[in-house]
Design a protein around this ligand. Structure first.
Ligand SMILES: Cc1cc2nc3c(=O)[nH]c(=O)nc-3n(C[C@H](O)[C@H](O)[C@H](O)COP(=O)(O)OP(=O)(O)OC[C@H]3O[C@@H](n4cnc5c(N)ncnc54)[C@H](O)[C@@H]3O)c2cc1C
Length: 265
């Protein structure tokens, strides 16, 4: 089974700053990590490889420093890392990012499954996985929490929904976006880290994969960031500290009064 895992490098902090002029995130000077939700896709890929054999190729579109993310995925157990990089990609929105990743995936050859994270913790749109599936014209299954069966040409999965889960069947190749419930990411071993450090990465440019210039970067991005504003926190929570029986009683009374004030009880 050949598996492709698109991963994104994201800032380690949740406190992402925005460039108000360009409408893009300020990434310089911020420590980067593999998007935490992509680790679940990597773990699932490794478990499937252990069960069915095959290879895992992980791919990222980002600056040269994003190779750190690929090496982390290799240290966990992926076989190959592909870095899609170049100044032509700067300013890409989710549409242009999905287009570039899909075209790069086409160049990588035959695959059975693409596993993406549910969403990236910085951009947070959850659009790139579905975007790649759409450009590749393959079935898309989102919010997958369990793989029930995989056969040569199809798979059955569970999809997390508010009321429980749905059971879906799709032909392969397909793209899955996965949620945390799917796996528990392993830590890389020392041997894995050493291997990943020396690994040769595949580096691709827009020219290598013959991308259409007008569909790249800021110029090829249909999204227009019209305005950026920071939400103001206007609610003031009340903090009740419970350390003994007496403070517990007081907290319960205060909570009861609060519900009465709001005419809830
Ligand atoms: C006008 C505009 C300009 C922008 N300019 C830039 C810029 O210059 N530089 C920049 O870094 N970002 C830029 N962005 C943000 C960038 O478009 C998004 O971060 C990116 O498309 C991914 O979207 P997301 O973060 O919402 O990921 P999501 O869609 O939430 O990610 C879902 C999953 O898709 C996969 N994925 C997402 N992104 C990548 C990736 N890059 N490589 C591999 N897999 C991926 C992962 O599996 C991830 O879990 C810009 C956005 C806009 C609107």
């Amino acid at each position: 089974m050949n598996i492709i895992i698109p991963i994104k490098q994201v800032p380690e902090t949740g406190n992402v700053k925005m460039d108000e002029e360009t409408g893009t995130m300020v990434r310089s000077g911020v420590e980067s990590i593999v998007n935490p939700l992509d680790l679940y896709a990597i773990e699932l890929g490794i478990e499937l490889k252990e069960k069915y054999g095959g290879r895992i190729t992980t791919i990222t579109m980002g600056p040269p420093s994003a190779q750190k993310a690929l090496r982390e995925a290799l240290a966990m157990g992926c076989d190959e890392g592909v870095l899609l990089s170049g100044k032509e990609f700067a300013g890409s929105d989710t549409w242009a990012t999905s287009y570039a990743l899909a075209e790069a995936i086409k160049k990588l050859g035959k695959y059975d499954l693409i596993l993406a994270g549910e969403r990236a913790t910085d951009g947070d749109t959850g659009q790139v996985g579905p975007g790649i599936a759409s450009f590749l014209d393959i079935p898309l299954l989102t919010y997958i929490s369990k793989i029930n069966h995989i056969k040569e040409d199809s798979l059955t999965v569970e999809r997390l929904v508010e009321e429980g889960y749905e059971v879906l069947k799709a032909p392969l190749p397909a793209l899955l976006t996965v949620v945390k419930e799917i796996s528990f990411p392993r830590l890389p071993t020392l041997r894995g880290k050493q291997k990943a450090k020396k690994a040769e990465l595949i580096k691709l440019s827009a020219e290598d994969i013959e991308l259409e210039q007008g569909k790249l970067g800021l110029q090829g991005s249909p999204t227009r960031v019209v305005k950026i504003s920071h939400p103001r926190v206007t609610r003031n929570g009340e903090y009740l500290k419970v350390i003994d029986e007496d403070s517990l009683q007081k907290a319960v009374m205060r909570f009861k009064d609060f519900l009465k004030e709001k005419e809830i009880i």
